[in-house]
Design a protein around this ligand. Structure first.
Ligand code: ADP
Ligand code: MG
Length: 656
């Protein structure tokens, strides 16, 4: 057995020689082709670049035995077929300027050569206006007429047959197949206008029709990710400077334990990009806690000159000229999409939601707040903070605020759509109280009104998406009736969110109160940490932190936020510096503030087992409708659920 020795014998001098072409391609294949899915990716890129509208993928044994990709694109002329398999042969760019503004998926001209060097590759292609197709055997170079319609079929057999060492790295057929499918999925989500069909071992396993037009994206998202994703996601459409972000963001309820449903595209190219991933994740920070991974499909459009796609052999990574600009755009885009309270949309069927098109300019009216009477709620305006320069450390003030918020005549009650009990419509009273029943003074106001208003019910119901409170259950839940059925609200969780959002608004721009440490805590710091501490002294001060160089290799923490005074100062300093060096300062400041506020909000929110009056319950419902992110508590759990009439009927087997 060979054992690796870190101190090898003195190496023998060998002559410097140019590598043979074949070997160069095999080396390039090491970067480009990791597994069958990589071949699928490259061939799909080529088919899309050729303008294909229908693509058929045929696989055998997870793609190891066979990958065949058939397209109806522009085809390759017979005299160019051999060139297509050559190293660095491409039709997509011819000079550096073109590279800087490249709009095609491929441009390096190495995929086919690399694939041909590690697998049996054949091309069958027919150009438009040509009477026949031509076939090229990549091994032997044999070129002969063949039969097929306009377009190209590339067949790749026995991947790594000549490189058994690499074949050993392949997993089971099922795993390789899953990777191949993921590859097709990524392309399919980018191009709803193209039809995709996938066969495996002779069985049809996926078929996604083409959906041209602006509604196409929604349909493709539904096809590929399931209707569940469509129903539980919100449209994203946001332009910030030169960056336009569209797509859909899953609500926290459908977050997953793995980050396997996160699709990000830059100018139509699927990418794994740290800037985008981090921006999206931080947009969820406030509604998704712990290790849960959000689900999203985001399309980032930027001018081609603002992004370098030539930084990775498989082009799965890109480099932005201004990462911050992209970070901000993505973060705001997702944040805005998630912030609109879905509580304001209870019972609105998903079919009435429109989606942004993949096109750069998407039609207006695609944002989640823009349909029906719901649009009369303006969360931001209703909760515009009073200009408060509240000291965060003085939690006494905070609790005061909470009380005011809760009081029916407090600011919350005033700013939320006014609760007028007599206007509350009631669905059920018409059966409880027959038309002939005398309406006397003792009948509660809302019941009387309901009898008169029966006909006008629907409009009024819609006005309050979260409905009218009907009862409190075991001091924990509020039951409310809306036009779709029954709503159950976790009252503590909901109130906690309302309080938290309110505090956040009030704190905008304020500084966190800091407390000096009696004995500064020093720690051995990296040069990078020292540099960050010096460069970000201002930001640190806003956070209530004082971290200063003590020696070239030591930092001293001299003050920490008052509310965190009992914690580990060094650990806090380290994590804040790490964040600051990676991300833009505003994110860090916000996050730190928000964590403190969340703790305060939890203490301030109405406790379980407190009896609420109908008025209080209704006020809470109205506040939920008007508060951003009110669908999740500060810990990311849902605050309310809708049980539709249909679901209730199902429980009682009604109408079956
Ligand atoms: P690249 O895509 O970077 O140009 P490839 O090695 O993938 O490099 O392909 C080489 C060339 O072969 C392409 O530039 C294109 O002209 C041609 N080609 C490859 N696949 C197809 C296809 N499916 N349809 C038409 N032309 C193709
Ligand atoms: Mg290519």
């Amino acid at each position: 057995m060979h054992t690796f020795s870190p101190t090898p014998d003195t190496p023998k001098r060998r002559a410097i020689r140019e590598l043979p072409d074949e070997l160069i391609s095999q080396i390039a294949a090491g970067e480009v082709v990791e597994r069958p899915a990589s071949v699928v990716r490259e061939l799909l890129d080529n088919a899309l670049d050729a303008g294909a509208r229908h693509i058929t993928v045929r696989l055998a044994a997870g793609g190891v035995r066979l990958i065949s990709i058939e397209d109806d694109g522009m085809g390759i002329s017979p005299d160019e077929l051999p060139t297509a398999l050559k190293r660095h042969a491409t039709s997509k760019i011819s000079n550096l300027t073109e590279l800087e503004s490249v709009g095609t998926m491929g441009f390096r001209g190495e995929a086919l050569a690399a694939i041909n060097s590690i697998a049996e590759t054949t091309l069958l292609s027919r150009e438009a206006n040509q009477p026949t197709a031509f076939f090229l055997d990549g091994r032997t170079g044999e070129l002969r007429p063949g039969a097929r319609g306009v377009g190209t079929t590339v067949e790749v057999k026995e991947l790594f047959f000549s490189v058994p060492a690499r074949r050993k790295f392949l997993k089971t057929d099922a795993t390789e197949l899953a990777h191949c499918l993921e590859s097709v999925r990524r392309h399919a989500l980018a191009r709803p206008d193209v039809a995709f069909t996938v066969w495996h071992d002779g069985k049809l396993i996926e078929q996604w029709r083409s959906h041209p037009g602006p509604e196409g994206l929604a349909q493709r998202l539904g096809d590929v990710l399931g209707e569940d994703f469509l129903e539980n996601s919100v449209p994203v459409d946001h332009k910030l400077g030169p960056v336009h972000v569209t797509g859909r963001a899953g609500v926290p309820d459908i977050a997953r334990s793995r980050a396997d449903h996160q699709f990000a595209y830059v100018n139509g190219r699927f990418v794994r990009d740290k800037v985008i991933t981090h921006a999206a994740r931080s947009a969820y920070e406030d509604v998704l806690h712990g290790q849960r991974q959000p689900v999203y499909v985001l399309y980032v459009s930027v001018e081609p000159t603002r992004v370098d796609v030539n930084v990775h052999p498989t082009k799965i990574e890109v480099r932005f000229r201004d990462g911050r600009e992209v970070h901000q755009a993505v973060r705001h885009a997702v944040e805005n999409a998630l912030a609109a309270p879905r509580a304001g949309q209870a019972g609105v069927p998903v079919s009435t939601l429109s989606l942004p098109s993949a096109a750069i300019e998407s039609p207006s009216g695609t944002d989640g707040r823009s349909f029906g009477p719901v649009s009369t709620y303006k969360p931001f305006e209703q909760f515009r903070p009073r200009q408060a320069t509240m000291d965060l450390g003085a939690s006494r003030h905070a609790v005061e605020e909470l009380r005011m918020l809760w009081a029916p005549d407090g600011p919350g009650a005033k700013e939320a759509p006014a609760f007028r009990s007599e206007a509350a419509p009631a669905f059920s009273t018409s059966t409880e109280a027959p038309d002939t029943a005398p309406v006397d003074e003792k009948t509660p106001a809302w019941t009387q009104q309901a009898q008169q208003d029966d006909a006008a019910d629907l409009g009024a119901q819609r006005e309050w998406p979260m409905g009218r409170a009907i009862a409190q259950l075991h001091g924990v839940y509020i039951l409310a009736e809306n036009h779709a059925g029954l709503i159950v609200v976790d009252m503590h969780a909901a109130h906690e969110r309302i309080v938290y959002e309110r505090l956040k608004h009030q704190l905008d721009g304020a500084t966190i109160a800091s407390q000096p440490l009696l004995i500064p805590a020093t720690f051995a710091a990296t040069p990078h940490e020292v540099a960050t501490a010096e460069a970000c002294a201002d930001v640190l001060a806003r956070l209530g932190l004082d971290i200063a160089p003590f020696s070239p290799k030591t930092l001293a923490v001299r003050a920490v936020p008052r509310s965190l005074a009992s914690g580990d100062a060094v650990e806090l300093a380290r994590s804040v510096l790490a964040e600051l060096s990676q991300h833009d300062a505003s994110t860090v400041v916000e996050r730190a503030q928000h964590e403190l506020l969340a703790t305060m909000a939890c203490h301030g929110a109405v406790r379980a087992n407190r009896r609420l009056t109908h008025e209080e319950m209704n006020a809470l419902l109205r506040q939920m409708e008007a508060t951003e992110r009110s669908d999740q508590c500060n810990h990311g759990r849902p605050t309310w659920r809708q049980l539709t009439m249909r679901e209730l009927d199902g429980l009682f087997m009604r109408g079956r």
